[in-house]
Design a protein. Structure first.
Ligand code: 5GP
Length: 179
């Protein structure tokens, strides 16, 4: 536990068990293919590195950074690419690896951008899904955990760049961001 957390939602063991199971599903679903896993920086870094260790098909990894909340806890709806992919997307089976889908705005933008670059297929894997927060009609293809409409941190997820290094995930006390 951490003093800024209201509640721990998922322990490291719970995270790892779900991630291992997802790796097995992806290994079966992408059998015979060579997907390009696209990690959305920075929140999905921990998830990406743990997930790919459990995927048995040959794959490549790339990284994209897009603008997110900054130091606020609400989505701005403004999406901008800060660091683009190094590799071409055309003809590839893309697996977008996200930390959390809330409003869906980031994902909608990213998916459209990759489809526009003529990917052969684009699927979305997310560690957390917050279905109550959705503003656009988009669903991840694979989600490890559904979470309540609260602000969560840990295991890659931050508030103002903090808490990413926690090995577990919990709800941040509102007093931390309401100031
Ligand atoms: P969306 O565009 O779906 O609203 O938001 C996606 C991004 O917002 C995520 O990739 C993440 O960076 C951030 N986000 C959404 N909900 C949370 C949350 O509960 N905690 C943290 N730390 N980030 C969140």
């Amino acid at each position: 536990m951490h003093p800024d957390l209201e509640q721990v939602l998922f322990t490291e063991d719970q995270l790892m068990a779900e991630i291992r199971a997802l790796g097995a599903r992806l290994s079966a679903d992408y059998a015979g293919r060579n997907p390009l896993f696209v990690c959305v920086l920075k929140g999905a870094v921990m998830f990406m590195t743990d997930l790919v260790k459990h995927v048995t098909v040959p794959l490549e990894m790339d990284f994209i950074a897009i603008s997110s909340y900054g130091a606020s806890s609400k989505s701005s709806g403004v999406v901008r690419i800060l660091k683009d992919l190094d590799r071409p997307v055309e003809g590839r089976d893309i697996v977008i690896v996200e930390d959390i889908v809330d409003t869906g705005l980031t994902l909608a933008y990213l998916k459209e951008s990759l489809q526009h670059r003529r990917a052969q297929s684009v699927r979305v894997v997310t560690l957390f899904d917050k279905p109550e927060g959705r503003k656009v009609d988009i669903q991840p293809d694979y989600a490890c955990f559904q979470v309540p409409n609260a602000f969560i941190v840990g295991y890659g997820l931050d508030y103002a760049e903090r808490y990413r290094n926690l090995p577990f995930v919990g709800i941040l006390k509102p007093s931390v961001y309401i100031g």
